[in-house]
Design a protein around this ligand. Sequence first.
Ligand SMILES: Cc1cc2nc3c(=O)[nH]c(=O)nc-3n(C[C@H](O)[C@H](O)[C@H](O)COP(=O)(O)OP(=O)(O)OC[C@H]3O[C@@H](n4cnc5c(N)ncnc54)[C@H](O)[C@@H]3O)c2cc1C
Length: 442
Amino acid sequence: MDLADTQKRSLFLFTNDLRVQDNSALLQAAKSAEALHCITVSETTPLAPNRYGFKDIGTHRQRFMDESRLDLQRDLSALSQSLVVLRGDPAIQIQKEIDQYEITQVFRSRNAGWNEQQYWAALQQANPEVAFQEFDTHTLFSLDKLPIDISDLPASFSKFRRIAEQSNIDYQPVTIERLPPPLTTSNIAANDSSIAAPTKENTFKGGATSAWQHIDDYFASEHPSTYKINRNALDGWTNSTKFSPWLANGCLGVRALLNRLKVYERDVVQNESTYWIYFELLWREYFQWYAHKHGTSLFRFSGIGSRSPLTSFYPERFKRWTNGNTPYPLVNACMNELSSTGFLSNRGRQIVASCLVNELAVDWRYGAAYFQEVLLDHDVASNWGNWQYIAGVGADPRGGRHFNLEKQTKQFDFDARYRKRWGGNASSTDLDSVDAADWPIA
Ligand SMILES: Cc1cc2nc3c(=O)[nH]c(=O)nc-3n(C[C@H](O)[C@H](O)[C@H](O)COP(=O)(O)OP(=O)(O)OC[C@H]3O[C@@H](n4cnc5c(N)ncnc54)[C@H](O)[C@@H]3O)c2cc1C
């Protein structure tokens, strides 16, 4: 495409907003660009393990992201646009595109991830002549409409919730009917056969199309009206909403979702359960702004406070935890479900996180890094924020959570069905095979 130098050559970077509709950042780009180059940087390139020895993205999420990008590509082509998927270091890849296409404006959604903020700042510094703009698409509030200054974000969720509930949330999703023409054509075909078709058991399929199919099914059922009663169950597709993987990578926008929930409340029923779905979305909201406020403290051993937990790193205990081989059958069942599917219920996550920190006395950050690799719905703010909460170094004024494993087993798996299903067997009750001086324990 031959574009005059005076035209606004814009780049749109898709990150955790892999959708066209309800994407206010894309709308802003569409409004001001005369030609638009849509890109995303895939993390498929084998990345060096992080400081905890894990990859930033594992096979479950990789598959989900591949499906999501393919779906996004289809939606973009319906508007005569295309998606270029780049691989490698985002800062280097984006810089190449800026140079090659003489980009004058770059748009993306605001991102709570620290690495994402670092490369964005570096690109801005390296390209002072380019206009960089970010918009809020991952949250209910936008930064400029947040009812409090981010530096005053309360230390507890309850205070935040009370403020949020007194504020007006604009949850009308934006609609995009046309986009400026592309600067180049896509490098993935809409019917790319290299992307494996999901198997039957694959209940989570990436992409806005699957997200909306799931939402339509969920709100066509009676499950929203019983959510509060069933949400803590360990197993079962319909016991909680299962929105999280699509919300995490942005196939689904949280404002459009809230809008759908309000329609259900208006047309079907409004009760404590429907309120509780909203309540959980506010938890998500809180952790997003919490991550923006606390920056690198989200990953610090002592969290947002100054007291470090009385835990350490015990490689053998940690390995037993990740392998589902601890002395605690319920924990083992949860860890087996997590590694085989990439998903675990909220109660399951709380139980295994509490076990790692309390029974096994392991540094919580290793658990968070493991979750980061294996979770289908990994979201940096929700994951690291929840781990801090359980470890007692985050947003919990009560200072951490210790779940009584025996009690949890009786309450949530009284008939041992869940343990049987996920192979939750008891392993040796000795936590360690060697003592502190590395001598075998007889
Ligand atoms: C240690 C730990 C790590 C977690 N890591 C993640 C993560 O990486 N990504 C993630 O999306 N959630 C995370 N959660 C929160 C929660 O477990 C999942 O959002 C939930 O289990 C997903 O299932 P669902 O969609 O059926 O949830 P539902 O119970 O149906 O809740 C509806 C939605 O509300 C949001 N939500 C619910 N509970 C929480 C919560 N405690 N914190 C933040 N948002 C919440 C999610 O977006 C969820 O999809 C974590 C929780 C714990 C205890």
